[in-house]
Design a protein around this ligand. Structure first.
Ligand code: FAD
Length: 462
């Protein structure tokens, strides 16, 4: 059997590794247009802030490692430009030489991921305006930060990538402004929770401008032109951004701009193969990763997932999910029976001194899905105060008629990671709010309170 995988970060490499574990006979080739493979994109903000010293720590594997460990042939610098699903061939361009060739497959796994969305505003292509998706982007930002006299940074977008980067750049002593079009930072959460994220950002000196949009990026010269002698930045680098809120336009000086307003799936190849794009805008797949084109699979950020609660297609592009989807498809295409059971979009991000986490439906989304909801807020310390316990806020959302837990959000300085994972597990197995009280959770005062914050959440409807 000949397996061709396109994309070699989280999902593609997981698929290849699992396929190899299942069968020693398959010939497995991964094509990757970039140079880095199987890296930790999630660690990139921490390289920018210096918490991760070397980018090499985030890119520990190369093609030689994959060849040796898994017998997988990883071809970096190779872009797959076309698919013929009838002939079962892919068209490949070697980027260094421009040479193209055709390769055949028995099974084709598309793990092409996503690309950052860049709003089409004037000046957004100036040097000094970055997105952060891969090590190449991170090297570019890092070089700009170290080679230039950067003091003011504007981050556009207050999702988790924008906020992780903002936190890290504040740690470098920079003046950071975060611009967000929605009412609060972390707009995927309910407003009453994300308002706390706003407060945390401001408490650490971040200027947070909500309900504010990027209008244009201004620079010292014309991009690409040598510029006039004496100009502040003859390369045409960024000097300011213009933003707009309800009161009008405002100019924010900036030496570096990070655009982090979201991502969209890389659909060129799935479309070329004839695969259907689902209602979420990502590739529609079954629970093992098959598209509706025979012998073509799609995994990771490029593909839809399933909501654990509703069973409906959903799309929350996360590394945790991409790894799982890759493994499931790698198993299935080599005859295994693993099935993707769906996701809750469970996620967590550190924002200065607060861990900010969520799983399942928010109150807003539960209502939008037609649930009559009951909402529980509960503020409790993660440990007894005599051992340094500090308060966390848990918000749980349940269906009023059945009591079934639909989602939870949590914010606090410590212990949030454990609680959100317990809550995600409980939701996965269909727990009601009342069930939470009955969970037999570990207690010692060094780690928890006798009745844990999760137990208190289960007692809130008493
Ligand atoms: P990608 O990582 O997008 O990889 C797709 C690959 O396919 C790319 O390398 C691309 O070059 C290649 N490709 C595309 N088209 C072609 C083609 N035609 N030919 C050849 N190659 C092609 N997730 C979490 O769960 N937790 C976190 O804390 C977290 N933090 C993050 C922080 C940052 C800064 C970023 C950027 C992401 C973070 N993520 C996090 C998300 C996580 O990194 C992604 O969900 C994950 O990388 C998705 O993996 P993937 O393999 O599906 O796609």
């Amino acid at each position: 059997m000949k397996i061709v995988v396109v994309g070699s970060v989280a999902a593609g490499t997981s698929a290849a590794a699992k396929a190899r574990r299942n069968t020693e006979d398959a010939q497995i080739t991964i094509y990757e247009r970039d140079t880095d493979i199987s890296y930790s994109g999630c660690g990139l903000p921490y390289y920018l802030g210096g918490e991760v010293e070397s980018i090499d720590d985030l890119t520990p594997r190369d093609a030689a490692w994959f060849a040796q460990r898994y017998g997988v042939d990883v071809r970096t610098g190779h872009e797959v430009t076309g698919v013929d699903p009838y002939a079962r061939t892919v068209r490949v361009r070697e980027l260094a030489t421009g040479e193209t060739f055709t390769d055949t497959y028995d099974e084709l796994v598309l793990a092409t991921g996503v690309s950052p969305v860049v709003p089409p505003v004037p000046g957004v292509d100036r040097p000094g305006v970055f997105t952060l998706r891969n090590p190449r982007d991170a090297r570019g930002v890092h070089a700009w930060l170290t080679d230039r006299d950067v003091t003011r940074v504007v981050v556009v977008g207050a999702g988790y990538i924008g906020l992780e980067t903002a936190e890290q750049l504040v740690g470098r002593g920079l003046d950071v402004t975060v611009v967000e079009a929605q009412e609060h930072a972390m707009p995927r959460m309910d407003g009453d929770m994300s308002a706390r994220v706003d407060a945390e950002l401001r408490a650490h000196g971040v200027e947070l401008l909500t309900r504010t949009r990027l209008v244009r990026v201004e620079g010292a010269g014309t991009p690409g032109s040598p510029g006039a002698p004496g100009e502040a930045d003859p390369s045409g680098g960024v000097s300011a951004v213009v933003v707009q809120d309800a009161d009008g336009e405002r100019t924010l000086p900036a030496d570096l701009v990070l655009v982090a307003v979201g991502v969209r799936p890389n659909l060129d190849l799935p479309r070329a193969a004839g695969a259907t794009v689902g209602p979420t805008g990502a590739v529609a797949v079954d629970r093992q990763g098959r598209t509706d084109v025979p012998h073509v699979w799609a995994v990771g950020d490029v593909a839809e997932s399933f909501d654990v609660i509703t069973g409906e297609p959903t799309w929350v592009p996360l590394g945790s999910t991409a790894n799982k989807m890759g493994r499931v498809a790698g198993d299935a295409l080599t005859g295994g029976s693993l099935v993707h059971r769906g996701i809750l979009g469970t996620s967590i991000v550190r924002v200065f001194d607060q861990a900010v986490a969520q799983t399942g439906l928010t109150e807003d989304r539960a209502r939008a899905a037609g649930h009559d909801v009951v909402v529980v807020h509960n503020i409790k310390p993660d440990r007894p105060p005599y051992l340094g316990g500090r308060e966390m806020l848990i918000k749980a959302v349940a269906d009023r008629a059945t009591g079934r837990l639909l989602g939870a959000q949590a914010i606090g300085p410590s212990g949030v990671d454990k609680r959100i994972d317990v809550l995600a597990t409980a939701i996965t197995y269909g727990a009601t709010v009342d069930d939470l009280f009955h969970l037999d959770l570990a207690y010692a005062p060094t780690y928890a309170t006798t009745k844990d914050p999760v137990h208190y959440t289960g007692m809130a409807l008493d």
